[in-house]
Design a protein around this ligand. Structure first.
Ligand code: KIV
Length: 288
C-alpha cells in the first residue's frame, strides 16, 4: 500500500515525469532505450537507463516485418506487460501502434488499455499538427504523452522512405533548397511548440538535423529526447538491438554498436548509458 511513498526515499527511487523535468533543468542527460521482454527490462534497469520504451520497432526487430505498420495494440500490450514485470526504476513508455489513435475517443480507449493491461506509465504517438487535438484530449484525461516528431516510421508508405526530416529533399538549386530547408525546420519547431502547449510531457525527435534538434530543445520546457537528432537534446534513445549489434543488415547512421569493447550485454548497455550521460554519444559521425 502507498508503495510510492516507501519508494520515494529508496536509494534508486523510480523515475517519474518530475524526475525527467528536473534532469532537463539540471542538464543531466536522460538515457532511454527500448526493451521488449522482462529479462532485458531488468538488464537495462541494472545498466542505469532512465526511460524505457516498448516501441513498435518490435515489428521489425522481433517480428521481422519491413516496417512498424503491422504491429497491433495487442502486440504492444503483450510485450509491455512483460517489460513492466522486469522494471523497477525506469519510467515505462509504450508506443501507440499505427491507426490506434485515429480519433480522440479511439486514442483514449487504447491509451487506457496500454496503461491498465500493459502497465505503461506514458504513451507515445507519432504526431504533427494533425494530432494536436488527440494529444490535448489524452493530456486532458491526465495521461502522460510523448509526441514523436521528425521521421515517423508509421507514415513510411505515405512519405516514401526512412529519410532525414526537417529539411526538403527535392528543391532544384542551392538557394531554393536552403529556403525550403528553413521552412521545413520552422514548421517542425512550430509543431513542437504546439504539441507542448497541447500537453505533451516529452517530445521525441527522430532523424532531423542536429542544429534543429538543438533549437527545439532550447525552445521547449518539457524534455526532448533524440534519436538521430544531434547531441544537444535532453536525452537520447536507441533501439536495444542496435546497441547490442544484433540487428541484421545496414544500420542507421545514428546507431552505434556498444558491444565493441564490452564483455557482455549488460556492459554494453552500461557503456551506452554512460556515453549518453557523459555526452560522448552521439558523436559527429552519428548526426545529420
Ligand atoms: O519504436 C521505436 O523503437 C521508436 C524509437 C526508435 C524511438 O519509436
Amino acid at each position: 500500500m502507498y508503495k510510492h511513498l516507501q519508494e520515494r526515499y529508496a536509494p534508486r527511487p523510480p523515475v517519474n515525469i518530475g524526475t525527467l523535468l528536473r534532469m532537463k533543468a539540471e542538464g543531466e542527460k536522460i538515457a532511454c532505450i527500448t526493451a521488449y521482454d522482462a529479462s532485458f527490462a531488468t538488464l537495462v534497469d541494472d545498466a542505469g537507463a532512465d526511460l524505457v520504451l516498448v516501441g513498435d520497432s518490435l515489428g521489425m526487430v522481433i517480428q521481422g516485418h519491413d516496417t512498424t505498420v503491422p504491429v497491433t495494440l495487442a502486440d504492444i500490450i503483450y510485450h509491455c506487460r512483460a517489460v513492466a514485470k522486469g522494471l523497477y526504476r525506469p519510467f515505462l513508455m509504450a508506443d501507440m501502434p499505427f491507426m490506434t489513435y485515429a480519433s480522440r475517443e479511439q486514442a483514449l480507449e487504447n491509451a487506457v488499455r496500454l496503461m491498465q493491461d500493459g502497465g505503461a506509465r506514458m504513451v507515445k504517438l507519432e504526431s504533427g499538427a494533425e494530432q494536436l487535438n488527440i494529444v490535448e484530449f489524452l493530456a486532458g484525461h491526465d495521461i502522460a504523452v510523448c509526441a514523436h516528431l521528425g521521421l515517423k516510421p508509421q507514415s513510411v508508405h505515405k512519405t516514401g522512405g526512412f529519410r532525414v526530416q526537417g529539411r526538403q529533399q527535392e528543391a532544384a538549386g542551392r538557394l531554393l533548397q536552403e529556403a525550403k530547408d528553413l521552412e521545413a525546420a520552422a514548421q517542425m519547431l512550430k509543431d513542437a511548440r504546439a504539441l507542448e502547449a497541447a500537453g505533451a510531457d516529452i517530445v521525441l525527435l527522430e532523424c532531423i538535423p542536429a542544429q534543429l534538434g538543438s533549437e527545439i530543445t532550447k525552445a521547449l520546457h518539457v524534455p526532448v529526447i533524440g534519436i538521430g537528432a544531434g547531441p544537444d537534446t535532453d536525452g537520447q534513445i536507441l533501439v536495444l538491438y542496435d546497441v547490442l549489434d544484433v540487428t541484421a543488415g545496414r544500420k542507421p547512421k545514428f546507431s552505434k554498436n556498444f558491444m565493441e569493447g564490452a564483455g557482455n550485454a549488460l556492459d554494453a548497455v552500461k557503456a551506452y548509458v554512460q556515453a549518453v550521460k557523459s555526452k560522448t554519444y552521439p558523436a559527429p559521425e552519428h548526426c545529420f
